[in-house]
Each structure stands twice: as structure tokens, then as C-alpha cells.
Ligand binder design. Structure first.
Ligand code: HXC
Length: 513
């Protein structure tokens, strides 16, 4: 008996040794943690239960039968984060560079299936040289097995991906299908084809970092939702992100205990600049409205003209979509539309109510926008809001012009409550442009055209640069004092907590991709 137990212990020790001391040291020298160290920091103490520790690869080509490591380059299992069940896989770069073999893929698939069956989030810590080169097509098949399961799980359980090393080739598509991607500055990168192939094909000379580093994907492509300074920051972000989400699509997010206090926010009454064209940072409104320090911004450095993120209101998890007047005057453009649409759909998948703060002068005009598909991309946001069945509330703080009025969670596309501040301006377009079009003849034939234009601009502005026309129609449910906004929102979200929508039966809609 003793002997048999010793054999088991030796096997466990071998598995824990990964690719050996030298490779672990090399990993640390790069500023990277090992697969097991990452899990240690991610999961509650002593909560990790490993599955498949003794799995080894089956490859016999290139003398591979002589080089086997228990676990085959990925640590898989389940554990808890603040007491909540999660399934995890953590790729071990010290074993064949974390590359994906047939058995490595099978281990990940097994965990994915368990997560799906048991309705708990899946977290992937990626650090891999891609397909196991010695295995050929079985490795490619393994990737596709993972992609397929990512799609089956999409919208059923939250799926989070942290990129903590290389992630190249088709390997990028598993994280891309998951709900959120976090990357680590300087030590992680993602690209479909690396710098060498880029140089051969397009003659561009570019580094890995420039091509697919965390900053690149956080600012230029929007592929990553978070760029974290180091691995520990990424792990903390994963935990924070998870705290706003339920375990699966059948549940609602955990509500934190909340003791009601004075919910009036007098500073909001003076937050809007006197001049309607003056920018301000919408985050200052968000911070006043939500529970203190509860705002977690997503996609912070991408499409900054729209702000999206999670927060809490009286302990309740909510998603926020807000036009950002401090950047491009808060216009909707291609990137902002897609960014917000994806966020809205995530919230809708997982029963996270939505708050929309609207101050938008319209869609950005120009050839760049049109040629890059603002029609299709704007439609994505329109579609995402329209199909969302979660509680949805809009507060128009200032501008709500043109098509953007409709798109930004208007009453007409199914918002539950629409509030406006007295500073709201709701019209087809700004007064200056409107006057120029509808009083064109009068202005050009006037003795002093400029004066006439100003006069007509004022006339249009007096009629429409306010929330009352919309309120008269019921398009706005109530014009509210800015200081009372938090109180109104707390009450309205509570009122909407049992909302049920019976959508028409269909296989699935056809969002304009
Ligand atoms: C097998 C691999 C491997 C791979 C790395 N290793 N990548 N083994 N298959 N794909 C092994 C190395 O042989 C080495 O083994 C160890 O991992 C560490 O690799 P190094 O090169 O020493 O590390 P580093 O200098 O940090 O470079 C990391 C790297 C590089 C940039 C990832 O290894 C690399 O370019 N690897 C190949 C990447 C690649 O082309 N993959 C296929 C992509 S296509 P030892 O024994 O020395 O420790 C793809 C298609 C997926 O993935 C399609 C899905 C649809």
C-alpha cells in the first residue's frame, strides 16, 4: 500500500514540476507566472480541484513518445472565486511552450462541457505557442473542438479569457468568441499572422508588440477589453469583472447588501456646462449616480466617444452605456457603435439591467465613416438595444439629435423608462443647421442674412432645444431634476426587476454583422 501511495505522490510531484526548473526560471525571468501560480492567485485558497493531472500526449512522431509531461501543458479543473464556482484552464508554457496537442485540447473541452452542464463561468488563462507542431492536423482539430464549444456556451455561461503570453494563428479565435479578453502589457500578444509573415506578404516591418500587444489591441483594434500592467492586475480584473455577472443566463447577478441613505445628488444640478457645446467628462455623472467606487470601465481606451462598463446601483449590478462629450463631442461612429452593441448584448445575455446616459450630437459624417460601414455598424447598436429584454432606462442629459436619438435606447425601441434633464435638447438636428435648411430662401433674400440666420436659429432652438416636446408625446416619461436622478433610477430599476418580455418565436435573429 505504502509503495502504491508513493507512486501516486511521485506522479503528482512530476505534474507539479511542469516542464522543469530551468523552464520555470525562464518563465519567471520574462516576468511571467507559471500556470499553477496564476491559479493560486485567481482562486480562493485551497478551492482548486484539478481534473486530468495525469493526462499525457499520444504523439509518436519525431521521438515525441520519449518526451511526456503529466498534464500535457495545461492545468484544468474547478474552484471558487469569492465562494462562486468557476471552471478554469491555465496553459503551461513550460511544457512544449503551452502548445495545443490533441489531449491538451481534450482537457480544455472536458472543462468547457462541465462548465456548460453545471452552469458556471469558464475562465481561460492563455499562454501558448499555438498548435503543437509535432501533431499536425489533430492539433488543428483540437482548436476547432474548442471553438465549437465556445460558441455552444456563448450566452449560456460567462466566458473570460486572459492572455498571458503568446496567442497566435487561429488560436486567437477562442478568446475572440469569449465575452471578455484581458491582456498583459509587454508579455502577451495576439495576432493571426506574426511579424515574419507580415514582412513577407506586405513588406511591413513591425514588432510583435506593435502588431498585437496589449496596447495595440486596447486602443487600435478593440480586440482586448482590458490592458493590464502585469499578471496580478489582470487576475484582479478577472475577479472584479466576474463579480458583476451571474453564474449563467438563468440567474441574476448577486445583489450586494445596501443600506439606503441620502440618495439626492445636488452636484448634478450644476454639472452641465452653460454652453451646450462645451465638453465635459461623462464619467463625472456616472460616478455621482452609481454606488461609490463601483464603476468598472470596459474598453476604456477604445472608441472613447462612448463609455461602457459595469457598476452597481443600490447594490444591484447594472451595465452603463454613455455618450462621452469629452471625446469627439460624443458622436456615434463605427467603432463606438460596435463597442456599445457588443456590451449591450452581453448585458442582455446575462440579465444585467442597462442604464443609458445620452448626450449625442448625432452620427459622425464623412467618407471614412460611410465607406467603413456606419450604416451597418450603427444598425448593430440599434439592433442590440431593440432586441434586449433586460430592464432598460435612458436619461437624456443634453443632446439627443437625429438618428442617434432613436438608436440610444429610445422609448420607441423598447426602453422601459426614459428620463430627461431640463437641459435636454431633442430634435432632428442642431438649431443652426436646421435653420439653414428650412429657412434657406428667407435667409438668402434677407438684407442681413447672418442676422436672419441667428434669428431663425433661435426660433428653432426655442421650440426644440428642450425636453418638453418629447415629454408631451410621452417619448420621455418624466423630466427630472438632475439631483434626483439617482433616486429615480433606484426606484425604477426595482420596479422593473420582474420584467418579462415574450419575444416572437424564432431560431435566432439576423443582426447586421
Ligand atoms: C510545439 C512548441 C511550440 C509549438 C513553442 N514550442 N511553440 N512546441 N509546438 N507550437 C516549444 C519550443 O520548441 C520550446 O521547447 C518551448 O516551447 C519554448 O519555445 P521557445 O521558442 O524557446 O520560446 P520563446 O523564445 O519564448 O518563443 C515563443 C514562441 C515561439 C514565439 C511562441 O516558440 C514560436 O514562434 N513558436 C511557434 C509558434 C507557431 O508558429 N505556432 C503555430 C501557430 S499556427 P523547449 O523544449 O526548447 O523548451 C496555429 C494554428 C492554429 O497555432 C490554428 C487553429 C485553427
Amino acid at each position: 500500500m505504502r509503495n502504491k501511495i508513493d507512486i501516486l505522490q511521485t506522479k503528482v510531484q512530476q505534474a507539479h514540476a511542469g516542464g522543469g526548473e530551468a523552464r520555470i526560471e525562464a518563465q519567471h525571468k520574462k516576468g511571467k507566472l507559471t500556470a499553477r501560480e496564476r491559479l493560486y492567485f485567481l482562486l480562493d485558497e485551497n478551492s482548486f480541484e484539478e481534473i486530468g493531472m495525469l493526462v499525457t500526449h499520444r504523439s509518436t512522431d519525431f521521438g515525441m513518445e520519449r518526451e511526456k509531461y503529466s498534464g500535457d501543458g495545461v492545468v484544468t479543473g474547478y474552484g471558487t472565486i469569492t465562494g462562486r464556482l468557476v471552471y478554469v484552464f491555465s496553459q503551461d508554457f513550460t511544457v512544449f511552450g503551452g502548445s495545443l496537442s490533441e489531449t491538451h485540447a481534450e482537457k480544455i473541452c472536458k472543462i468547457m462541457e462541465m462548465a456548460l452542464k453545471n452552469g458556471a463561468p469558464l475562465i481561460g488563462l492563455n499562454d501558448s505557442g499555438g498548435a503543437r507542431i509535432q501533431e499536425g492536423v489533430v492539433s488543428l482539430g483540437g482548436y476547432a473542438d474548442i471553438f465549437y464549444r465556445n460558441v455552444q456556451a456563448s450566452g449560456v455561461i460567462p466566458q473570460l479569457s486572459a492572455i498571458m503570453g503568446p496567442c497566435a494563428g487561429g488560436a486567437v479565435y477562442s478568446p475572440a468568441i469569449t465575452d471578455f479578453i484581458l491582456m498583459v502589457e509587454s508579455t502577451s500578444y495576439m495576432f493571426v499572422t506574426g511579424p515574419n509573415v507580415v514582412k513577407t506578404v506586405t513588406h511591413e516591418v513591425v514588432t510583435s508588440e506593435e502588431l498585437g500587444g496589449a496596447s495595440t489591441h486596447a486602443t487600435k483594434s478593440g480586440v482586448t477589453h482590458f490592458a493590464c500592467a502585469n499578471e496580478l492586475e489582470a487576475i484582479n480584473h478577472l475577479k472584479m469583472l466576474l463579480s458583476y455577472m451571474p453564474q449563467n443566463c438563468e440567474e441574476i447577478p448577486i445583489q450586494l447588501p445596501y443600506t439606503a441613505g441620502n440618495e439626492s445628488r445636488p452636484s448634478l444640478s450644476s454639472i452641465m456646462p452653460e454652453n451646450a457645446n462645451q465638453p465635459y467628462d461623462v464619467r463625472s455623472i456616472v460616478e455621482e449616480l452609481v454606488d461609490s467606487d463601483s464603476f468598472l470601465e470596459v474598453h476604456k481606451d477604445y472608441a472613447e466617444n462612448i463609455v461602457v462598463g459595469f457598476s452597481r446601483l443600490a447594490g444591484r449590478s447594472i451595465g452603463i452605456v454613455a455618450n462621452q462629450p469629452a471625446y469627439l463631442a460624443g458622436v456615434l461612429d463605427n467603432h463606438a457603435s460596435v463597442k456599445a452593441a457588443r456590451f449591450v448584448r452581453f448585458c442582455d445575455c446575462f440579465n444585467i439591467p442597462l442604464l443609458v446616459l445620452e448626450d449625442v450630437p448625432g452620427f459622425l459624417p464623412g467618407t471614412d465613416q460611410e465607406w467603413n460601414g456606419i450604416i451597418t455598424n450603427g444598425a448593430k447598436l440599434l439592433y442590440a438595444f431593440s432586441e434586449a429584454t433586460i430592464p432598460r432606462i435612458t436619461v437624456i442629459t443634453r443632446k439627443a439629435y437625429g438618428g442617434a436619438y432613436d438608436v440610444m435606447n429610445s422609448k420607441h425601441i423598447g426602453a422601459d423608462m426614459n428620463y430627461a434633464w431640463p437641459t435636454a435638447e431633442i430634435a432632428v438636428m442642431g438649431a443652426k443647421g436646421a435653420a439653414e435648411i428650412i429657412f434657406k430662401k428667407e435667409i438668402s433674400s434677407a438684407e442681413h442674412p447672418e442676422k436672419k440666420w441667428l434669428e431663425k436659429e433661435k426660433m428653432y432652438s426655442d421650440i426644440f432645444a428642450n425636453p418638453y416636446r418629447a415629454a408631451e408625446r410621452g417619448f420621455v416619461d418624466e423630466v427630472i431634476q438632475p439631483s434626483q436622478t439617482r433616486i429615480k433610477l433606484i426606484k425604477a430599476f426595482k420596479m422593473l426587476e420582474n420584467k418579462v418580455v415574450n419575444s416572437p418565436r424564432k431560431k435566432h435573429g439576423n443582426i447586421p454583422l
